[in-house]
Design a protein around this ligand. Structure first.
Ligand code: EPU
Length: 421
């Protein structure tokens, strides 16, 4: 397994381009199951999770073709589609559950392995199931698989118990081909949900309100193939913004949608970081003195859970005490032990963590068992004394495209070593 080696201390300077959004690409690739013909998606990020989704669609019989450079994907799922998503693939990526809605809507049948728990928490799919049942699907559990059947789904009024991102996406895709009107209340408002709504509407769906808490979908009989370029990844952008802030750097983050980052920008500014909107991106200049910040993760437009681990590294550099509350996932502090091994002073009590700064971090061998936790260890390595080795880099490769190359181009002393880790 590869590892990443960092020697801390460099101030990041220059420009970085943000890749297409992982969490937009995954539902959008799954949405190709709904269209009659070949969909072409551009600006698809080169990530392991995207490859897993492409493999899953391929294993179900879709034709998958990658264009030059790998960032264009053509997907065609006419003909003999198997409506089976096996445990082998689903267990490596929970977002595989996104094929459930499209399959049952288009083919009347889906058999998708239950994803089970994952490193960051239990993450059930009861809201996906409840919504599909309201639309008329008969759902059963069969040897670890969720099996959904419906001659044709019908519109329904659905109130989600909690806003769920992939749940809202699954239901929007399913409702697009249902008979009649579906209304999803307490829907997730994440920009990736809005982007999926845009994509489905381009295909001919009739969706209103995607990106707000009430989404209305008038079902249509068929959807057409489209071409679409995936929007930029707000979490990758936020991660580079924190990297600039903690290294007291000066970085222009290009290819971003600034309004997707409002909550992140507000907290960076509260910490003293200068963030300015320029014609071609967001310019981030780290302050000599970082102020403590208090953060509670929330569904969008609140502060994203996917940025919590990175902000904890920022908090280790602040003059004073910061408090972070993680309200979305019950087990998303896997970076804490590793940060403490590097010299941070973080105390966790349930879902709350208290960070006493500033700490001089010192390089160490570290590893984490989820994507954003791994990103936080890379950030810690950028400001630590001496050498940090981040092991189990495959977590990072799920969600960050060539992070070491992008950081190196900004002046970081960072490299990937192939092989055992
Ligand atoms: N939940 C339920 N029942 C459900 C669905 C969700 O109880 O049926 C709970 C979850 O256990 C969690 C909360 O609701 O406590 C929110 O989960 P949500 O369903 O919104 O998360 P998700 O759709 O599984 C997506 C992202 C995650 C991101 C979360 C929250 C994708 C592919 N994944 O997951 O991204 O953290 O929304 O914003 O869109 C990442 O990129 O590192 C990542 C984990």
């Amino acid at each position: 397994m590869d590892k990443i080696i960092i020697r801390g201390g460099a101030r990041l300077r220059g420009e970085v381009r943000i890749s297409g959004a992982k969490n937009a690409a995954l539902p959008i690739l799954a949405s190709s199951l709904l269209a009659r013909g070949t969909c072409t998606f551009k600006n698809v990020p080169l990530l392991n999770d995207v490859s897993t989704m492409a493999r899953l669609l391929g294993a179900m019989g879709a034709e998958v073709e990658r264009g030059r450079g790998g960032r264009t994907l053509r997907l065609r799922s006419e003909g003999a589609i198997s409506c089976d998503a096996s445990y082998e693939l689903v267990k490596t990526m929970r977002a595989s559950v996104l094929v459930l809605g499209p399959l049952v809507a288009r083919h009347g049948y889906a058999r998708v392995s239950l994803p089970g728990g994952c490193a960051i928490g239990a993450r059930p799919i009861d809201q996906h199931v409840k919504g599909l049942e309201a639309m008329g699907a008969k759902i059963s559990l069969d040897h670890g698989y969720v099996v959904a059947r419906a001659k044709r789904l019908h519109g329904a009024s659905i109130v989600c118990d909690i806003p769920t991102v992939t749940g809202t996406e699954n239901l929007m895709m399913a409702a697009s081909l249902a008979v009649g009107r579906t209304c999803i209340e307490n829907a997730a408002r994440e920009p990736e949900v809005e982007e999926l709504g845009r994509v489905l509407n381009k295909m001919g769906a009739r969706i209103e309100g995607a990106g707000t808490s009430v989404v209305t979908i008038d079902g249509v009989d068929e959807l057409q193939p489209i071409e679409h370029a995936i929007m930029p990844d707000r979490i990758e952008a936020g991660t580079f913004m924190v990297a600039a802030a903690i290294t007291r750097g000066d970085v222009l983050v290009r290819d971003v949608v600034p309004e997707h980052l409002d909550a992140v920008i507000a907290k960076l500014r509260a910490a003293g970081t200068e963030v300015t909107l320029e014609a071609d991106g967001l310019r981030v200049r780290g302050a000599a003195e970082i102020r403590p910040v208090d953060i509670t993760t929330q569904p969008h437009p609140g502060f994203p859970t996917d940025m919590q681990a990175q902000f904890m590294v920022l908090a280790t550099q602040a003059q004073g005490q910061s408090v972070i509350a993680e309200t979305i996932f019950e087990n998303r502090y896997m970076h804490v032990q590793e940060l403490n091994r590097m010299g941070a002073a973080v105390m966790v009590d349930g879902r709350t963590s208290v960070i006493r700064g500033p700490s001089q971090l010192s390089g160490a061998q570290v590893m984490a068992t989820d994507l954003r936790a791994s990103a936080s260890l890379i950030l810690a390595g950028l400001i630590a004394d001496g050498k940090t080795e981040v092991l189990r880099v495959y977590h990072l490769d799920r969600g960050y495209e060539r992070i070491e190359r992008k950081l190196r181009a900004l002046g970081a002393d960072i490299k990937r070593m192939k092989g055992r880790g």
